[in-house]
Design a protein around this ligand. Sequence first.
Ligand code: COA
Ligand code: AMP
Length: 634
Amino acid sequence: MGRYQEVYRRSLEDPEGFWAEAAGALRWRKRWDRVLDKASPRRPRWFEGGALNTCENALDVHVDAGRSDQLALVWDSAVTQATARYTYRELRAEVALFAGALRRLGVAQGDRVLIYMPMIPQAVIAMLACARLGAVHSVVFGGFAAHELAARIDHATPKVLVCGSCGLEPGRTVAYKPMVDKAIELAQHKPERVVVFQRPQLEAGLTADRDLTWDDAVKGAQPAECVTVQAGDPLYILYTSGTTGRPKGIVRDNGGHAVALKWSMQNIYDANPGEPFFTASDIGWVVGHSYIVYAPLLHGCTTILYEGKPVGTPDAGAFWRVVAQHGVRTLFTAPTAFRAIRREDAKGAFIEQWNPTRTLRALFLAGERCDPETLHWAQERLRIPVVDHWLQTETGWPIVANPIGLEKFAVKPGSATRPVPGYDVHVLDEEGRDQPAGQNGAIAIRLPLPPGNLVTLYQDEATFERAYLARYPGWYLSGDGGFYDEEGYLSIMGRMDDVINVAGHRLSTGAMEEILASHPDVAECAVVGVDDALKGEVPVGFVVLKAGVAREEAELCAELVRLVRERIGPVACFKTAASVGKLPKTRSGKILRGTVRKIADGVAWTLPPTIEDPAALDEMARTLGKLGYPARKK
Ligand code: COA
Ligand code: AMP
């Protein structure tokens, strides 16, 4: 008999007792006055009056507790064939030194520091150095281009920007620094200093009086001690895609975050201190923040920082090599990575070669819906628990999972299993009533949200209210749809808004539409996410040209593709566009994106009764056919 039911009930009936107990696993500089300020369930303040330092809990605590010589971080770079190992003592020394360097550059508690770096140890060191100083980091994923970086610089107004000179994508070196220069030129706000970690593959030019190298920054710096911060003080801002072009700055606190992540390691991931934990994601995403950096270190694990891809660096055995060479016990990645591996190694020859299950005990998948075929393949080839679990940038840690540390439930492919303790998850209909089992609806979480969840949107309370709290008073609206089955298993079926998930990367079709609309020949446009066998979803754009404009189709589409790549970056994966005479709309003018998507995905669709002009949908079906998405019959 597992413990789930009892623990889950207690987490909802006595959240204060439950989370106070979990908080006992951390080092506090001052104990909290109140576990939860119930006066404001819409904005719960966890551990009010408490003070701690997240970096201290991630590093110093372990050094003091006898883990100084245990590995804290192992960097494995498949693209440069390099590795580096840091014990807890060494990592603390590097972090304290860089924190001292940042302080010397004027960074103080509450200041923002923007980090734009590839998957190298210095990225993790920079994040933890900010935490040490009580400064607020905002990490921007390397696949975003200068415009996106500029938008984040203007919004977060960082005092210092830390970057790598380059990133290494298979077959190409991505020069980060010119993008940083361009972004600073585009932005209204100018960071005072730019610290550049020079990689030997491509050294960056420096701007006098503003830029300095990492080495120069740390030369002669005094190691910094941990600053005391309030539990509710911000640890980081992480921008994520919403329905519009403007990214949402998710604000995470220090206290609740550390408590929830630490709790999740044992209870959800079944991970023990001292074990190697490998999350193959990127520090630019929430999965990277939580499960490459903070959670494994808070728990005293060895985190594996992998620079490379699941395939092509050099082959589909890359993950298994890493697992075998570093004795990994837990692997966490996105289903896309497994689809890519399976496509190249369907029989699992590399799995046999590296024999990862000598140490590997569980595989966790998140970031996008996990298709049952991928899950089955992983289960059959690995013969260890494969856990599909659901989280969002907003929540920071899993909402629904098979919490194998508490109890191992039978897996139902297509379902992320059960709500995690702390989360009261419901599926609601339009009126906010619970949907019966089997019926799709909006997935909402009853307030207050548990510790670790977003505190607000940075400098945008109005959007925080509107996007998450207004739709169903008393609830947090997740933006995802899904259903419960009779046994209480929840299936997450996909976003109900204009957010799409491309290779586990969260993107906004609204942002892409804003870019297409800025093209001088475009009168109106729509971007729709359509099914993709590898990446789960990919965006496809449709434009209507301005009256009187005639353009050669291939040339126009190439311009549109280039524009999105330039403005958002390669991560948008926007490769397909077409022009149409008219967009299919309802009589009230709403573009029928859902119907277009159904046609493209080859699923049954009906002619919406409110359609303005059925011929526009027929034209769309023909266009999709030409693009390689043959429409099924209505
Ligand atoms: N810096 C610069 N460019 C980057 C980048 C980075 N950090 N990460 C990705 N890109 C580029 C890629 O090179 C690619 O460029 P291209 O259009 O010139 O080929 C583009 O962005 C799209 O990247 P991606 O969708 O990741 O495709 P890919 O071909 O590089 O890799 C997979 C395909 C399936 C192997 C890869 O998507 C993957 O491993 N995904 C795992 C998902 C993941 O980690 N999700 C995080 C949440 S858990
Ligand atoms: P992000 O904020 O980038 O982590 O993306 C969060 C979104 O990814 C969610 O809102 C879901 O749409 C999707 N997602 C994450 N995990 C899962 C999962 N296990 N099943 C289905 N969708 C998921």
